[in-house]
Write a protein that binds this ligand. Sequence first.
Ligand SMILES: [Zn+2]
Length: 204
Amino acid sequence: MDIGNIIYTQDIPAERPWSHVIRKGQTLRIIDSEGQQAVDALLYNTVDPAERYSAQDTLREQGSAYIVLGTPLISNMGRVMARITADTCGRHDTSAGCCSCESNAVRFGEETRYQHACRENFILELSKHGLTKRDIVANLNFFMEVPIEPSGDFTVLDGLSSPGNYVDITMEMDVLFVISNCPQINNPCNGFNPTPIRVEVRET
Ligand SMILES: [Zn+2]
């Protein structure tokens, strides 16, 4: 399959946010460079950012609980924003949300309140585009392992991704794609050791 020419590439350091406008038809590849690294993500329509990724609509439309090869990423207005077009990991989450100072304090103790968290990354990165914390919605967690048991229970387990695993997301509209390279060190989603990731944009 022709996966096109790379027109943009960027290494995102451990714990840092990133954003980029990716045009309709272009493909974002997220590479888990060292493995076991959760990548939190949000998508906004560049024309009207009130239209944004909706975890609820995506799961309802698909009728199953995980983000997998072929999953259409649905907006809060019911439209397909992008689609998963390649995946060498096999498990991505959109149920468990992103980490925040507040949730860290509740889950892991008051002494973790001042650790850096994805919500703070999102606030910082969204501010570059005129968006605020009010614009943060339930997000995607690429490379995050959150199995859902028959009972309905779920918990964050060790990441399954190996060094170099990647996921491709092909845009079906112009999308502001926002990433937090998760800095969490209190649960195993990053192997207790946040690491760099790489992003590439391809034009097909
Ligand atoms: Zn996080």
